[in-house]
Design a protein around this ligand. Structure first.
Ligand SMILES: Nc1ncnc2c1ncn2[C@@H]1O[C@H](COP(=O)(O)OP(=O)(O)O)[C@@H](O)[C@H]1O
Ligand SMILES: [Mg+2]
Length: 314
């Protein structure tokens, strides 16, 4: 990702202060992300502690916004002062691309970590944004489910691998592929929170049922309990009657998990990913950026309050 430059007005906004106070500490025409971090530390505006915790963006259905939301979410949490590791689990490498990198340029991926015992620190790369690191992905990841199959403890490989960097990150964000296999089982076993982007259409219901059954199986068979499950409606268009009906149905069936925040349809997500930049960089004023910020505020409220959203029921 190209280095980010913030105007004094934008930097002050992010630090929740007045431009005057900002310039009294450091006068510049443009601030770098490192400046912003240093100012945040100086002003004692570091975000509240969250963990460390691992959060998984998953839906077995494709095209629901897992990558668009997880990459911009990870970026924004880093911008807010958290130390974030984003792991691209999808062999399509879209999360890698969304941060302006090409997965094919990297020799090693998470496959080496999960299957060949390569330390995860050997595959972590810098994103260009301070406080945001990445485990890139490329097509070699497509064989990971098969490669994991014969291994002992095959469901726990990711969780164990992450222990090596425990304490180095406040947050690990996983962008999952839309598949149902050992890799995603590893992701679920490593995660404390599950964030499920859904589209407001009736096809989404089938996928959700399967996901909740899987989570329940996980709790029963592998003794792993998720702390939170958040369902978030993405690409919502309130002018479509069917979308509103699907939203109501989601509220009725999954009300305990459904986030109040809805991410509206916003073309800036496509623009941002094609430019290899998070939506907060491509257009910080866009509906997508505003909604994602509201989602972050809602999730932080829940996470800091403690306690789960209840036990997932299939
Ligand atoms: N809120 C949104 N509004 C409009 N388009 C969106 C939104 N979120 C995602 N998209 C678009 O939908 C497509 C699928 O999104 P993506 O994040 O790749 O989904 P997934 O990772 O679940 O497969 C992409 O073209 C993306 O730009
Ligand atoms: Mg994706």
């Amino acid at each position: 990702m190209d280095p980010i430059s913030y105007s004094p007005r934008r930097a002050a906004q992010l630090l929740k202060t007045e431009p005057k106070e900002l310039t009294s500490l450091l006068r510049k025409d443009a601030y770098s992300a490192l400046d912003l971090l240093a100012l945040r530390q100086k002003m004692r505006r570091m975000p509240p502690e969250l963990g460390p915790r691992c959060q998984l963006f998953l839906n077995f259905k494709g095209g629901t916004g897992k990558t668009s939301l997880s990459t911009s979410y990870a970026f924004r949490m880093a911008e807010m002062g958290y130390r974030v590791l984003l792991i691209d689990l999808d062999s399509q490498g879209h999360a890698t691309k969304c941060l302006g990198l090409d997965g094919e340029n990297f020799e090693k991926t998470l496959l080496d970590v999960l299957v060949k015992r390569t330390p995860i620190s050997d595959v972590i790369v810098q994103s260009g944004m301070p406080q945001l690191d990445l485990v890139p992905s490329n097509l070699t990841m497509s064989t990971v489910d098969l490669a994991l199959m014969p291994l002992a403890g095959r469901e726990f490989k990711l969780r164990n691998a992450l222990r090596e960097v425990e304490g180095q990150y406040d947050l690990t964000v996983l962008d999952a592929p839309p598949s149902f296999g050992l890799l995603n089982l590893n992701a679920l076993m490593a995660a404390a929170d599950l964030i499920v982007p859904v589209l407001a259409d009736f096809l989404s219901f089938h996928g959700l049922k399967l996901l909740f059954e899987t989570v329940q199986g996980l709790e029963e068979d592998l003794q792993h309990h998720l702390a939170h499950v958040f369902i978030v409606i993405n690409a919502f268009n309130a002018t479509f009657k069917l979308a509103k009906e699907a939203q109501e149905a989601l509220q009725q069936h999954y009300g305990d998990y459904l986030c109040k925040t809805v991410i509206r349809q916003c073309t800036k997500f496509a623009q941002a990913s094609s430019e290899g930049r998070p939506v907060f960089v491509a257009d910080p004023e866009s509906k997508g950026a505003q909604d994602l910020q509201s989602l972050i505020d809602e999730l932080l409220g829940q996470l800091l309050k403690g306690g789960g959203k209840g036990k997932p029921q299939a």
